[in-house]
Design a protein around this ligand. Sequence first.
Ligand code: SIN
Length: 338
Amino acid sequence: MPLATASSLPRIALVGTGGTIAGAGVAEAGAPSAAYRAAVVSAADLVAAVPGLGLLAELHAEQLLQIDSVDFTDALLLRLARRVAELCAQPDVDGVVVTHGTDTLEETAYFLHLTVPSAKPIVLTGAMRPGTALAADGPANLLQAVAVAAHPSSGGRGVLVVMNEDIHSARDVAKVHALHVNAFASPHGALGLVLEGAPRWYRAVTRPHTTHSQFDAGALDALPLVGVVTSHGNQRPEPYQAWAAAGARAIVHAGFGGGTVPQSLRPVFEGLRARGVHLVRASRVGAGPVIRNASFDDDALDSVVCDDQNPPRARLLAALALTRVSDAAALQQVFWTY
Ligand code: SIN
């Protein structure tokens, strides 16, 4: 639906998807923040609860989903990406803010970063505490996300995540704490921060995204199945075999340290590769690159390394890549590129 234009303020479309930012306490106000239900407050009510938003932008809120973000599927990711792309294509939309649960926010942000072909600002935000908690963080995060989306300097930087006054790139950000309001961090540092209501930038992403990405949600009906298996002591082959039996085209091995592979799994990997399943070596550590042919002979095994992508994002990039390429060398090139 086109936005009504009554002022010269930037026009921001807000897409609600649920999460704790749309959560409410199940006990009286001021109850411990763990006692709440996610995804119950509408996007329109979120906007109404932060009166200062009206000074920053003309907002149009829509409720695309109302879910706990752990319930996101690839089909819902595609639906959201297509809707955000539609909104960005409207001449009367200057930017888009997506409110989202924090648990899978980094995955959705990265997916939009790779599949929405627009240079308009696209900003995701969420909250670690519901609106009914003492010191709720959602209203400030929403205000800051809108301030960033409405600012002319925010375009062309790829999809952004605004949490707790920091502005992160969707390529790098991850949730790194289960409870604190400063739960999000980027291994190479945030792009900038929100200072007195405006973005201040310190860094830029160097890898392609949005308008320079080869992937477009509008051209995709579904994603190939890709699984993730996280390493631990006493590692067993069954999870890998189960993914292959389920039809996975690739398995992301979230290995120890530099993506290392226990000796006992090497013949298993060989067998899977012989069946056509790609193996993408990543690290469960959360930061730092996995080096090709170090500690594991990727050339001999025809496996791929994820560069510095964390396992959930490596899953998404592998799935997108496998919509366009099928051999390991080309898949590796996609990981070097993005
Ligand atoms: C969710 O991810 O939907 C619930 C948790 C949160 O938003 O912090």
